[in-house]
Design a protein around this ligand. Structure first.
Ligand code: ZN
Length: 455
């Protein structure tokens, strides 16, 4: 393989990070990537989007996360360089020539994200992974220019690591597997900035027990409990933070707001910034995408709070001033009630297209092996003293219990007023009462707090 090398800086640059401490930079290319316009824009995109409506501290950005994944990848590479350097081809150990490639791929792994990625992708058919590839390989970007200074084929190599097509599985799995630098950074970082206690795990121990093998990355058997802890943390973060019902409520409002904006745009009746207009008109280019960030989106929402269209104005107000929809958990047995509830919401004066939604969020905390899907071939292996590998759930009863399960729920979202006892216009009272009969007192009631213990 080609040996990618960057010019070394005369002096180490240190960036202080609240999660990982001092992050050191010695390579010219890393500094240039950080300085690139397409990377700097990540400062203006929150890592967790509307989750900050629930956990106000969670305003950290994609910029910090990408930098954190770089820092962890660098730490892991340095440990591999010290302890596991390959001696003979095919011995399954680490080739230090991969370090710069791994570090650049780590730094750029989420560079294609835009504001509110999930909602945006759903609505406008964008794909942050594909856009990331383009930002890296398109000769017009500053990121591409910085990478080309290392070698003409370096941008393609970095893009192939992120696309998981690069032939060396160790490099690929450092950045994408069930226990990779990406997940380790976001779990710790999101736990830190949300202020919750359950997301933290013993990262420094994990860093000591991680090691390469021919098929990728594994952990020494002695680190099993640290890895277990990481899986449990991940499970808890999904249930408590990423799947929080109020955060999801704002995803729902955001989606309906943008749908209504598209409708108003088509009617020729929408104040909107040019970059977002390009998406509403379905005529966007990479340059439009790169213009968008949280601030641009919020500027549009702010304009829309004054719009003549009442639905657009109302949804924009709900989003900007944090007025969430309420929600109730649903399942196959209770879904038959949704048409009835939707009809009551309509009778109360709300257009169900914009004021109701079902939203399901499920996560697989750990998957020992499934030949397809996003975790394919990335089960976590523990290396025994004799060098053999045993898959984690074979050894850990805790992980075995979570293995292959899907955790999460499906919820029905609706305006909060449907639940308020003191709804004013008397004429609507029977509607509210009937709605509440189902949701508060009736069939759906016991589903509201499913985790409450009964003694
Ligand atoms: Zn990431």
């Amino acid at each position: 393989m080609v040996r990618f090398r960057s010019q070394q800086l005369a002096e180490t640059v240190v960036v202080r990070d609240p999660v990982h401490g001092d992050i050191q930079i010695n390579d010219q290319v890393i500094l240039e990537l950080l300085a690139a316009k397409e990377f700097q824009r990540l400062r203006r995109i929150k890592q967790l989007g509307p989750v900050s409506f629930v956990f106000p501290g969670a305003t950290h950005t994609r910029f910090e996360h990408n930098l954190g994944v770089y820092a962890l990848t660098r730490q892991i590479c340095q440990r591999f360089n010290q302890k596991y350097v390959t001696q003979t081809p095919g011995d399954g150990l680490w080739d230090p020539d991969n370090q710069l490639l791994a570090e650049c791929a780590a730094l750029l792994h989420d560079v294609g994200h835009g504001p509110y990625s999930h909602t945006f992708e759903h609505l406008f058919g964008t794909n942050h992974e594909k856009i990331g590839q383009r930002i890296i390989t398109d000769r017009s970007t500053e990121i591409n220019r910085a990478l080309r200074r290392v070698a003409p084929n370096f941008p393609d190599a970095v893009a192939s690591v992120i696309a998981k097509t690069y032939p060396n599985p160790q490099v690929v799995k450092l950045i994408s597997s069930q226990a990779d630098a990406d997940r380790m950074d976001y779990l710790q970082r999101d736990a830190y900035f949300t202020g919750v206690n359950y997301g933290s795990f013993d990262l420094s121990r994990i860093m000591r027990v991680i090691r390469p093998f021919s098929g990728g990355i594994c952990f020494a058997n002695s680190g099993m409990h640290a890895v277990e802890d990481y899986i449990v943390s991940r499970y808890q973060m999904y249930q408590q933070v990423y799947f929080h019902r109020v955060g999801r409520s704002f995803e729902v409002i955001l989606q309906h707001l943008l749908e209504r904006a598209r409708f108003c745009y088509q009617q020729g009746n929408l104040p909107v910034t040019p970059s977002l207009a390009a998406f509403l008109a379905d005529k966007w280019q990479l340059s439009d995408y790169l213009q968008l960030d949280d601030g641009v989106m919020e500027t549009n929402f702010s304009l829309w709070t004054q719009a003549s269209d009442p639905i657009l104005a109302d949804l924009a107000n709900r989003y900007l001033y944090r007025r969430p929809f309420s929600s109730v958990k649903i399942n196959d047995e209770t879904k038959h009630l949704l048409p009835k509830l939707t009809n009551l919401i309509k009778q109360a004066g709300f257009d169900p297209t914009y004021y109701t939604a079902t939203n399901s969020m499920f996560d697989e905390p750990y998957d020992a092996y499934k030949p397809s899907g996003k975790n394919a071939n990335s089960q976590i292996e523990l290396m025994q003293d004799d060098g053999s590998l045993i898959e984690l759930s074979q050894l850990s009863p805790l992980v075995k219990a979570l293995n292959g399960t899907f955790q999460g729920d499906e919820r029905f979202f609706f305006p909060k007023i449907m639940l308020s006892q003191s709804a004013e216009p008397q004429i609507f009272d029977p509607i509210y009462q009937e709605f509440q009969k189902y949701v508060r007192n009736g069939e759906l009631r016991y589903l509201r707090r499913p985790n409450r213990q009964h003694h």
